[in-house]
Design a protein around this ligand. Sequence first.
Ligand code: CA
Length: 218
Amino acid sequence: MRVLLVEDDEPIAESLTRGLGRYGFDVEWVRTGAGALEAGPTDLVLVDLGLPDMDGLDVCLELRARSDVPIIVISARADETDRVVGLEIGADDYVSKPFGVREVIARMRAVLRRVRPAAVQSEAKLSSRVVIDRPGRRVHVDGAEISLTPKEYDLLAFLAEAPEAVFTREQIMEAVWDANWFGPTKTLDVHVSALRQKLGDAVSVETVRGVGFRLVLT
Ligand code: CA
């Protein structure tokens, strides 16, 4: 999935590019509004409002006049008016700085789900043997549905967002258990071992010692 990132702030752009890359997004980064308008076709646009050459809202307007590509405004401006104007001129969502990569990805997924359900549904097939039906929260292995608890499903769905990528225990706890977790993470190990048992050899959840876990397709 291609993402055009329009952002003049280098540290923010670099961390977003790296973060989104880890989740399998292919990011093209431009620093100016002019660069955004010259860029090739993309699946989604993230645009900062404070750009050196033009107002990000004008970039939105111009892009929207040309295509129905999903647009998410990212901005440090606290002004509620910008948010409203951004949405009125055709942006699909708005994220305020500072934000975390996971928050941006959640917004991107929500927007994509809204504007092109087919694109998101196509992500359902994890491998030739495993299919994750995200809207229905169901998992099929070799054609048969396996029974997962809600948290087991959430854990698998989270790891499956980026097969082969390593997620730390803290990232997983925060995403799946929705908590800043500083305590023991034994509950995570319990769920991982249940998943391993239920998935058999179709997918493996590998332990990365001292770090966390990753999903490996087999
Ligand atoms: Ca800026």
